[in-house]
Design a protein around this ligand. Structure first.
Ligand SMILES: Nc1ncnc2c1ncn2[C@@H]1O[C@H](COP(=O)(O)OP(=O)(O)OP(=O)(O)O)[C@@H](O)[C@H]1O
Length: 255
C-alpha cells in the first residue's frame, strides 16, 4: 500500500529516444509529497517528454516512475487515479462544450452524477468558462483550452497535479485565479508539479525545483538550494550554460 511518506513522484533512470535523438537520458527525480515542484529547462530540454512518461502517457525506453509508490507502468489504472494531468497539447473531445467535456470525463472516472454536476458548475464559474456555454472545445482559444484542461485535471480531486505549462497563453486575471487554486490545493496537502519557462513564477509558487538540460537533470532540490544566493533565473542561466545571443549577427536588422 502507498503511504504518505512515499514521494508524490519518483522517477528512476527514465529514458526516451526518438530515432537517433535521445530526448530524455537517465532522469532521476523525487518530488516530495506535499511539495509544489517546478520543472524548468530550455526549449527542447525534455520536460514534456519526462512528464508524459511520468504520468503514463508515453512509454519510456528504460526506467520507471512511481506515483505515491504506485508503479505507473505496472499499475497504470491505480496510478492514474491518484493524479490530475494537464498534458502538453491537451487532446480532449473537441466536439463537446466545456460543460459536456467535464460531465463526460467526470462520469467516466466513476464520480456520482450529482458530484460531477456540482463540480462542473463550480469549475466553469471559477475559471470563467461558463459564458462559453455553447462553445465547442474546437472553437476555444489556446488560453481557454488550458483552462478547460486544468478543470479536467482537478475534477476528481487528485492527490497530485501534473501540469505542463499551465500558465502558457492564459490571461493575467485567469493566471491569478489558477495560482490561487493551486496554492489552496497545495496548502491543503495536495502535491503539484508544473513545468514553466517563467522563472519568477516558479520562484513565487514552488518550494522545490528541478532543472533539466539536454535530457538530463542538472540540479534538483529545495528552491533555496537550487537558487543559491541569486535569483532562480541567474542560477538557471549558469546551470544551462550562458548562451544569451543577440549581440552579434543580424547586421541587416540594425543597419
Ligand atoms: N514525438 C516526438 N518525435 C520526435 N522528437 C520529439 C518528439 N517529442 C519530443 N521530441 C524531441 O525531444 C526533445 C525534448 O522535447 P520536449 O518537448 O520534451 O522538450 P521541452 O523541454 O518540453 O521543450 P519546450 O520547453 O520547448 O516545450 C526535443 O529535441 C524534441 O524535438
Amino acid at each position: 500500500m502507498p503511504t504518505h511518506q512515499e514521494p508524490a513522484l519518483r522517477t528512476t533512470g527514465l529514458r526516451k529516444a526518438f530515432g537517433e535523438h535521445v530526448a530524455v537520458d537517465d532522469i532521476d527525480l523525487t518530488v516530495p509529497a506535499g511539495s509544489f515542484y517546478g520543472l524548468v529547462g530550455p526549449n527542447g530540454a525534455g520536460k514534456t517528454t519526462t512528464l508524459a512518461m511520468a504520468v503514463g502517457l508515453l512509454r519510456p525506453d528504460a526506467g520507471s516512475a512511481e506515483i505515491f509508490g504506485v508503479d505507473v507502468w505496472r499499475d497504470t489504472v491505480r496510478a492514474k487515479g491518484l493524479i490530475g494531468v494537464l498534458p502538453d497539447g491537451n487532446a480532449m473531445p473537441e466536439r463537446l462544450t466545456g460543460r459536456e467535456v467535464l460531465t463526460y470525463l467526470g462520469l467516466l472516472r466513476g464520480l456520482q452524477p450529482d458530484v460531477v454536476a456540482e463540480r462542473t458548475e463550480e469549475l466553469l464559474q471559477i475559471l470563467e468558462l461558463d459564458s462559453a456555454e455553447r462553445t465547442l472545445v474546437i472553437e476555444y482559444s489556446t488560453g481557454m483550452r488550458k483552462k478547460i484542461g486544468l478543470a479536467v485535471a482537478l475534477l476528481h480531486a487528485p492527490r497530485l497535479l501534473v501540469l505542463d505549462e499551465p500558465f502558457e497563453a492564459v490571461d493575467p486575471v485567469s493566471a491569478a485565479t489558477i495560482r490561487t487554486i493551486l496554492r489552496r490545493f497545495a496548502a491543503n496537502g495536495g502535491s503539484v508539479i508544473i513545468s514553466s519557462h517563467v522563472m519568477a513564477l516558479v520562484e513565487q509558487l514552488c518550494d522545490h525545483v528541478g532543472v533539466i538540460s539536454d535530457g538530463r537533470v542538472v540540479a534538483a532540490g529545495p528552491l533555496a538550494d537550487v537558487r543559491g544566493s541569486g535569483t532562480l533565473e541567474d542560477a538557471f542561466i549558469d546551470l544551462v550554460g550562458a548562451r544569451a545571443g543577440g549581440t552579434e549577427g543580424l547586421a541587416w536588422l540594425t543597419s
